[in-house]
Design a protein around this ligand. Structure first.
Ligand SMILES: Nc1ncnc2c1ncn2[C@@H]1O[C@H](COP(=O)(O)OS(=O)(=O)O)[C@@H](OP(=O)(O)O)[C@H]1O
Ligand SMILES: Nc1ncnc2c1ncn2[C@@H]1O[C@H](COP(=O)(O)OP(=O)(O)O)[C@@H](O)[C@H]1O
Length: 221
């Protein structure tokens, strides 16, 4: 809710009826507003979405977080949308069927576009295994003229399964889970992503630099 110090002179107050100030002498309102209204910020920086797709343990979250950290130091408005975290809230209750994954990706894409359209730089770290679902997210951004960069975190499954940050690959091997992306469930690699990161043969810093360069090339930094 807007506070008294930031509310525009709409003639409304939070506690009174909508037209409370409409009966007040407008010069008084003008004086009051002139006293408390803060200076408007300069035009906001263009937002955009960086969509990191890849297998579990590929490095999506690690890269997204590191890019965000670098940018926060510059004062840029940045948000990380992580599939894992979103599944605890916005996508609570969804599983890993194709339908549920598509729903999850569509929800994250919706929020990403909303934030990006309003000047936030969004880093979405989501497996998003199906090309059609990712393309739909891109289309949503294109429709509103919001920049969208697909980044394939293309770490090979052999490397991901050794990293096995959450023990999922081991669980799949021992038969405790099935339908693990890249092992016994589909992962459709992007055909023409804006950027491909191979975290198995380059450093985290190099990946962060590559993402920042891609943003800079598009005037998003
Ligand atoms: N069966 C199966 N397949 C793939 N991933 C699995 C599975 N079960 C649980 N997890 C964990 O779920 C984390 C979030 O996945 P996402 O929301 O990004 O997946 S999806 O885009 O909806 O497919 C995902 O997080 P990351 O490891 O960070 O990618 C996995 O750790
Ligand atoms: N160059 C690199 N870039 C990103 N992560 C790396 C790199 N080298 C090793 N790692 C490690 O790989 C793991 C990736 O995990 P995470 O970012 O959670 O993957 P994801 O989000 O794709 O599941 C982390 O433990 C990270 O420290």
């Amino acid at each position: 809710m807007p506070t008294a110090s930031t509310a525009p002179p709409t003639g409304r107050t939070e506690s009174g009826p909508a037209n409370t100030l409409a009966v007040v002498d407008p010069t008084v309102v003008a004086e009051t507003t002139a006293t408390v209204a803060p200076a408007l910020p300069a035009a906001s920086t263009t937002g955009g979405t960086v969509w990191l797709t890849g297998l579990p343990s590929a490095g999506k979250t690690t890269v997204a977080t590191a890019v965000a950290e670098r940018l926060r130091g510059t004062g840029r408005r940045v948000e990380v949308l992580d599939g894992d975290a979103v599944r605890e809230h916005l996508s609570a209750g969804l599983g890993f069927s194709r339908a549920d994954r598509d729903t999850n990706v569509a929800r994250i894409g919706f929020v990403a576009e909303l934030l990006a359209r309003n000047g936030v730089l969004v880093l979405a770290a989501v497996i998003s295994p199906y090309a059609a679902a990712r393309d739909a997210v891109r289309a949503r951004h294109v429709a509103s003229g919001t920049p969208f960069l697909e980044v394939h975190v293309a770490t090979p499954v052999e490397v991901c399964s050794v990293r096995d940050v959450k023990g999922l690959y081991a669980k799949q091997r021992s038969g405790q889970i099935a339908g693990l992306t890249g092992v016994d469930d589909v992962y459709e690699a992007p055909g023409t992503p804006e950027l491909v990161l191979r975290t198995d043969n380059s450093t985290l810093d190099a990946s962060v630099d590559a993402v920042l360069a891609a943003l800079s090339e598009r005037g998003l930094l």
